[in-house]
Design a protein around this ligand. Structure first.
Ligand code: AAT
Length: 287
């Protein structure tokens, strides 16, 4: 078979252990660079739109990034009574900031992404996720989130940790108990928190560890799940935590019903249902 130009470029993503993974055909390479922190690549694929990878691992896929971003964002945002001040750590592609800014109550969003180049590349090549970068309510900071957060005490209504895997780049520090304690300290008394806490298959030890560490710091902690095809193995976990508010008892489905912005995955049923965990996941976190 004769291949047309561009039909012979493929991307392979390896899971930990390098015995499995996923691959994409590349239609067009858009960007590649090594930054101070990591390697960034952006390319176009036939089925998934633009794919953004860091050190060879998918961070965002254009067609389904909304699932991960809606789930990490709207669970805490709909539990916070009146979210005005929001901190995002990581999340340099902008997808989480986009979701946070769908809430009209929000007055100030700080996104602290360690790698300035991730934000610049997102601005240029990932317009769907970075679309709110010029929103005057959003402040972009290029710093290590674990250091940056320490200056805040009882300030934020919502903190969202949209971090790379703990084994990649500078992500590890965002999975330490000390860092979760800084998040607790930076939240006001009604504050709520969410963090990406990996998956129950290929990162199951990290899922357990991060959930346990968050539980050691926060009074109320609950793991929740969703299907996230962009990250192997396709199912993902986040952990909700708060100083008092309960993600189910304090949930008002009417708020979601009356929400005036488009949501494609999250809804009132998902909000409640995502906290019902499969037995094997409960076993991993001893619940
Ligand atoms: N929005 C979904 C994409 C991500 S990106 C996570 C971001 O966290 C990356 O851009 C990375 O540069 C940033 N990051 C890593 N460490 C730090 C740090 N210490 N402080 C601030 N930002 C940091 C999430 C992907 C989830 C991966 C699933 N496999």
């Amino acid at each position: 078979m004769k291949l047309k130009p561009g039909e012979h470029i493929w991307f392979n993503e390896y899971n930990p252990g390098n015995t499995s993974g996923v691959f994409y055909k590349i239609n067009k390479f858009l960007h590649s660079e090594q930054t101070k922190y990591q390697r960034i690549d952006v390319f176009e694929t036939p089925e998934f739109g633009r794919v953004f990878t860091l050190d060879g691992l998918t961070m965002t896929r254009e067609v389904d990034e909304f699932i991960y971003h809606e789930m990490i964002t709207h669970i805490p945002m709909f539990i916070s009574k009146n979210p005005k001040k929001v901190l995002i750590i990581g999340g340099g592609d902008g997808g989480t900031a986009r979701e946070v800014l769908k809430h009209d109550s929000v007055e100030e969003v700080i996104m602290c992404e360690i790698d300035e180049r991730v934000m610049e590349v997102a601005r240029e090549y990932l317009p769907t996720t970075s679309k709110e970068f010029d929103n005057p309510k959003l402040k972009l900071i290029a710093e290590d989130g674990a250091k940056f957060i320490k200056q805040y005490k009882k300030y934020f209504d919502v903190i969202i940790i949209d971090s790379t895997d703990p084994t990649e780049g500078e992500g590890g520090i965002l999975f330490t108990e000390e860092f979760y304690q800084s998040c607790y300290d930076a939240l006001n008394d009604e504050g709520v928190f969410s963090a990406e806490t990996e998956d129950p298959f290929i990162h199951k030890d990290w899922m357990k560890l991060s959930y346990n560490r968050i539980s050691n710091v926060f009074k109320n902690t609950k793991l929740y799940m969703g299907f996230v095809p962009q990250y192997p193995p396709g199912t993902w976990s986040w952990t909700f935590a708060s100083k008092g508010l309960d993600p189910i008892k304090d949930f008002d489905p009417l708020k979601v019903k009356n929400f005036n912005k488009e949501l494609k995955y999250y809804n009132a049923e998902i909000h409640v249902g995502c906290f019902s965990l499969p037995t094997f996941v409960k076993d991993i976190i001893n619940k």
